[in-house]
Design a protein around this ligand. Structure first.
Ligand code: GDP
Ligand code: IMO
Ligand code: MG
Length: 426
């Protein structure tokens, strides 16, 4: 079993962290391939909650090597903080975490620019996490980025940082009309972080390919979700990377021929944080009940997540570009509060019915969800430990989702804990 990719098939926060942690007991390597500390992956072990932003969720397992791939953007200050927190919780990081030397770094100015841009957009903002993700990837593509390998050469790093700092100040003061940043004020902390991370820098491409050659079990952990993918999501209301499984190849330096499992993580309903279309959103009392019951508040920014019904055409689009071999349905337990559960099965559009989320947001705006309603089960699922023991209406709901997605459901999750994970359909 060489490489399994875990991919979110909605707008993020599907419960990827929980499933990565659950699967990590059988893994040798867990690798993040894209995104940065815009991600918030929650793992609950024996009632203790851990939120990971940049470090792969496999870090909580002694026998797993965690890799931050070249496709990730690494916030130097954020990563050191996260390592300290994880170590403070009694987990080993040093010797178990490898950081790609080709990964681009996020500096304080990336976040400042991201937030300045959002403020200037006003009502048209994207609703980013403000972590500088888009600005860091933009610099990478413009071939002006600073990479982790630059930390090895202090003079080079300092020169590039000062050049970037001066450029940012031009943009901040002349374009956004805000205050300049004191470039030197951040330098000492950045150099300290660089020293801390230097021993973890590695040729992770060779590491990954050697692990594949020696038949190690490898999990590639996607962040965000396919509907936030810069190519396939609801552009421009997307993130700036490629969460879709193709991103695992470019973000880790591995060939597509080594990927043999693609596990799509799908919440039993829909959530979204930030701006952008969400056709099944319930801006009403029922949406609020779901938010409360599901604890739908961002793991990174604390923002309330928008909540709504399962949107089959949206998930089908994510599955179309991902080629999922199996699906995990998460948070089924949250729907126990409802006596009836609508599912969006298609959209009405001016040119007829469609079963796929369009790419163009102006076309999405023309879509009206078509719902069918399933019977609820109205009882607690959190203690169920076998799929066969789920109440019949819950089984019927999951089977209907499976039919609409056209991919077998391998697991169903009924709570945040590792133990609340049920094998399905086998
Ligand atoms: P990720 O970004 O995809 O890793 O997801 P997040 O961690 O941001 O959000 C998922 C939230 O749901 C976390 O608080 C998890 O602890 C929680 N969670 C995951 N699976 C389940 C589940 O099956 N039921 C419930 N009630 N909570 C879950
Ligand atoms: P995980 O990995 C949910 C959203 C932001 C915003 C858009 C762009 O925990 O599922 P960015 O800061 O990336 O430029 O913001 O993407 N977003 C997420 N939404 N879960 C995430 O990560 C997200 N990461 C970014 O809210 O709408
Ligand atoms: Mg999250």
């Amino acid at each position: 079993m060489p490489v399994t990719v875990i991919v979110g098939c909605q707008w993020g926060d599907e419960g990827k962290g929980k499933i990565v942690d659950y699967m990590s007991s059988k893994m040798d390597v867990v690798a993040r391939y894209q995104g940065g500390n815009n991600a918030g992956h929650t793992v609950v072990i024996n009632g203790e909650k851990y939120v990971l932003h940049l470090i792969p969720s496999g870090i909580l397992h002694d026998a797993v090597v965690s890799v931050i791939g070249n496709g990730v953007v690494v916030d130097l200050v954020g990563l050191v903080k996260e390592i300290n927190e994880i170590e403070g919780n009694g987990f080993e990081v040093e010797g178990k975490l490898l950081i790609s030397e080709q990964a681009h770094v996020i500096l304080p100015q990336h976040g400042i620019l991201d937030r300045a841009r959002e403020t200037s957009l006003g009502a048209k903002k994207i609703g980013t996490t403000g972590r500088g993700i888009g600005t860091a990837y933009a610099e990478k593509m413009a071939r002006r980025g600073i990479r982790a390998c630059d930390l090895r050469h202090k003079d080079t790093f300092v020169r590039k940082y000062r050049e970037f700092g001066a450029y940012c100040n031009e943009v901040l003061t002349k374009f956004f009309g805000v205050e300049a940043v004191d470039v030197e004020a951040h330098l000492e902390e950045l150099l300290k972080c660089g020293e801390r991370l230097k021993p973890m820098l590695s040729d992770t491409v060779t590491y990954m390919n050697n692990a594949i050659a020696s038949k190690k079990n490898i999990l590639a952990e996607g962040a965000q979700g396919v509907l936030l993918d810069v190519d396939f999501g609801t552009y421009p209301y997307v993130t700036s990377s490629s969460p879709a499984p193709g991103g695992a190849c470019t973000g880790l330096g591995i060939s597509p021929r080594h990927i043999n499992n693609i596990l799509g993580i799908v919440k039993a309903y829909t959530t979204r944080v930030g701006e952008g279309p969400m056709l099944t959103e319930q801006k009403n009392e029922v949406g609020e009940r779901i938010r409360k019951e599901g604890g739908e508040f961002g793991a990174t920014t604390g923002r309330a997540r928008r909540c709504g019904w399962f949107d089959a055409p949206a998930v089908r689009r994510a599955i179309q570009v991902s080629g999922c071999t199996g699906i995990v349905i998460t948070k089924l337990d949250v729907l126990s509060i409802l006596s009836e559960i609508p599912i969006c099965v298609g959209y009405e559009t001016p040119s007829g019915r469609t079963n796929l989320l369009p790419f163009d947001v102006s076309d999405i705006d023309q879509c009206k969800p078509i719902y069918e309603t399933m019977k609820g089960w109205e009882c607690d699922l959190s203690h169920v430990r076998e799929a066969g023991k789920l109440p019949q209406p819950a089984i019927d709901y999951v089977l209907r989702l499976q039919e609409l997605m056209g991919v077998p459901i391998d697991m169903v999750s009924v709570g945040p804990d590792r133990r609340q994970t049920l094998a399905f359909g086998k």
